[in-house]
Design a protein around this ligand. Structure first.
Ligand SMILES: [Zn+2]
Length: 249
């Protein structure tokens, strides 16, 4: 079933890509936009988003199962620890339960991270047209408008600069920078979305930590787009995209 879904998505994505390249051709003076192709493109995009929503629904079910498993393994671990102190079982039995619990916690974290990453990629994909309609920014230019906070920083930004951001953030807030997507992810591949030179940070731009990160980025001249609103139906889409906007396909 998974394979069939992936194949379906791939062909839709390919179609979207194809239609998109036709769409940019139509921007040339010798071509004109036609309503029919616009609606085909919109349909192809909606189809990709729909497929991703289906995968997302499956991932949410899995998270519920993994969460229940985590709760069960936590209880098992506590029980075995008790039994060990009473001299009823061997130390290895406790260690095994501890290991199983740690694995279950990792699965839950990974499910949540995947959901957040997917919501952010979907948000960027869905809002791209809205974003591209905004006036361009000069180098060093900053703009706040409705859903977006944009900064066209002039620094040469590369993924290897992420360590500086991480250092700043953990130094200020005592926790790791919550990166949900580092460069290109499989979700971006499904969307045919170029995210190779960008990261997504799971912070709301209006939060204290988000504000602090944005002023750091502006001082350092690092470009960003902060998304205030998530697309409907996802709770975790608002985020900060660091790097240039993804180019048009
Ligand atoms: Zn991004």
């Amino acid at each position: 079933m998974a394979i069939a879904t992936l194949v379906g998505v791939h062909s839709s994505a390919a179609m979207a890509q194809d239609l998109q390249s036709k769409s940019s051709n139509r921007n040339a003076p010798s071509h004109r936009r036609t309503g029919a192709s616009e609606s085909e493109l919109a349909r192809a995009r909606a189809d990709v988003i729909q497929k991703i929503k289906e995968t997302r629904a499956g991932a949410e079910k899995l998270l519920t199962l993994h969460e229940a498993e985590r709760v069960r393994l936590l209880a098992q671990y506590e029980q075995r620890r008790e039994q060990y102190y009473l001299g009823l079982i061997a130390r290895n039995d406790v260690l095994q339960a501890e290991h199983d619990l740690a694995q279950a916690m990792l699965r839950v974290d990974e499910d949540k991270r995947w959901l957040a990453e997917t919501d952010m990629a979907t948000t960027e994909y869905s809002m791209r047209d809205e974003l591209l309609r905004l006036p361009g920014l000069a180098v060093g230019g900053y703009s706040e408008s409705g859903n977006f906070l944009r900064f066209n920083g002039g620094s040469a930004w590369a993924l290897m600069d992420v360590s500086k951001l991480e250092k700043f953030f953990s130094g200020s807030f005592g926790r790791a920078l919550p990166i949900s997507a580092y460069g290109q992810t499989p979700t971006h591949d499904r969307l045919r979305f170029d995210h190779r030179n960008a990261i997504d940070v799971a912070l709301h731009p209006d939060s204290k930590e988000g504000q602090s990160l944005l002023s750091y980025l502006r001082q350092a001249g690092i470009p960003f787009i902060a998304f205030r609103n998530a697309v409907t139906g996802s709770a975790t889409g608002a985020h900060i995209h660091i790097g240039k906007p993804s180019p048009r396909n």
